[in-house]
Design a protein around this ligand. Structure first.
Ligand SMILES: Cc1cc2nc3c(=O)[nH]c(=O)nc-3n(C[C@H](O)[C@H](O)[C@H](O)COP(=O)(O)OP(=O)(O)OC[C@H]3O[C@@H](n4cnc5c(N)ncnc54)[C@H](O)[C@@H]3O)c2cc1C
Length: 349
């Protein structure tokens, strides 16, 4: 049902303060549009959840946004470099970022602003089309009327699940921040791409007994070239175990049961990491009726403008990538905001 406007107003509301959401907010501001950014967590919270010692595969200039140079001393930036950089970008552009505030719902707006009703919070001349309903972590609810909404909710909140019994046991995690936690543990890591390989090496280094389980016949082809020799050497030496061509069928309190070329095996495990990637968080889009392609998982949108079929509703970042979530990343999602701002100023100059 359409909502009437009884809230503060803004030209653009961006949902998600990841790198691509921030870039979209900066592009909107550069086009003369007022803008608010929401995040249910910290600034770039997805990156904050990376492992402590993580190094990007991208060079710094390919992660840079908003015209702010990203300089690092080494060839590739680290997690710490990136967190400092994006904090600096948000401060430099004085973005209105509302952290720890979750957007729960979007509602199309019925424009019936009457004389005497509250004036826009920001200098907004554009008619509101969406009502953004949010809640702070303290439980306080807010509503904001926006001419346009950019959904940049990313993928970190929706890990790719195995769908096997035992996946919700307390010793099973989808990711980690510090490998230290694996010291002295028998660890099974599910996956064979970069995150799984980084985890295997890091946990091996801190003194865990590590076994990789991957459905493919070997490591993923995209494993970073500077990391591959290290993992291959550890696998050859046998200090990191591996079950390739194997699928997890169950996780118990003491083992990961895998089915592979040799039949069914129980691999002992006191800690299990499912490093199996993520799927874009499309819940807000689905709730307002944006069609999601049944095969690709891609929300309906025009890739030139990032506009969905619903007026004033846009996508930015990895949310647009569908089931193949690695199709869009910071390098190629950071420009979505420019396309959106161009479209917005063209449709409502
Ligand atoms: C280990 C690892 C290494 C990587 N290395 C690279 C690399 O080298 N180069 C590269 O380009 N990419 C890399 N990536 C991918 C990159 O992290 C993602 O592509 C990028 O974070 C996508 O940015 P985004 O802004 O689209 O979404 P995200 O970074 O996922 O941000 C989305 C934000 O939306 C917020 N949010 C979600 N729902 C709501 C809601 N309802 N209300 C409010 N806030 C909400 C989330 O809290 C989150 O902060 C890597 C990923 C991983 C896991």
């Amino acid at each position: 049902m359409a909502a009437s406007v009884d809230a503060s107003r803004v030209d653009v509301a961006v949902i998600g303060a990841g790198p691509c959401g921030l870039a979209a907010a900066i592009a909107a501001r550069a086009a003369g549009l007022s803008c608010v950014v929401y995040d249910r967590g910290a600034l770039v919270s997805g990156l904050a959840g990376y492992p402590t010692d993580m190094t990007f595969f991208s060079t710094a200039e390919r992660l840079a946004i908003g015209g702010v140079p990203f300089l690092v001393a080494e060839a590739k930036p680290t997690k710490r470099d990136a967190l400092a950089y994006y904090r600096g970008v948000a401060s430099h552009h004085a973005l209105d970022v509302r952290l720890y505030e979750t957007v729960e719902a979007l509602r199309p707006v019925r424009v019936d602003l009457r004389a005497g009703e509250p004036e826009p919070a920001a200098a907004s001349a554009r008619p509101p089309q969406w009502l953004v309903q949010s809640v702070t972590r303290a439980g306080v609810r807010h509503e904001l009327a926006a001419h346009a909404v950019v959904v940049a909710t990313g993928y970190f909140g929706r890990p790719n699940r195995l769908g096997v019994p035992g996946e919700s046991l307390p010793h099973v995690r989808h990711g980690y921040v510090d490998a230290h936690e694996a010291w002295g543990q028998r660890v099974v890591i599910v996956g064979g791409a970069n995150s799984a390989v980084d985890a295997a090496l890091a946990m091996h280094r801190v003194g865990a007994q590590v076994t990789l389980v991957h459905f493919a016949e070997g490591l993923d082809a995209n494993v970073k070239p500077w990391v591959r020799p290290g993992i291959e050497a550890r696998l050859k030496e046998g200090v990191i175990g591996a079950h390739f061509g194997s699928r997890v069928v169950e996780i118990t309190t003491t083992a990961v049961v895998v089915e592979g070329p040799g039949g069914r095996t129980a691999v002992p495990a006191s800690q299990v990491y499912t490093m199996t990637g993520y799927l874009p968080e499309t819940g807000l889009l689905e709730a307002v009726g944006v069609p999601i392609d049944a095969t690709t998982g891609i929300p309906a949108h025009d890739p030139d403008t990032m506009a969905t079929p619903l007026a004033g509703l846009y996508l930015a970042g990895v949310i647009a990538s569908g089931n193949q979530a690695n199709r869009i990343f910071i390098e190629n999602g950071r420009d979505h905001g420019t396309a959106i701002a161009r479209h917005l100023t063209r449709t409502h100059p």
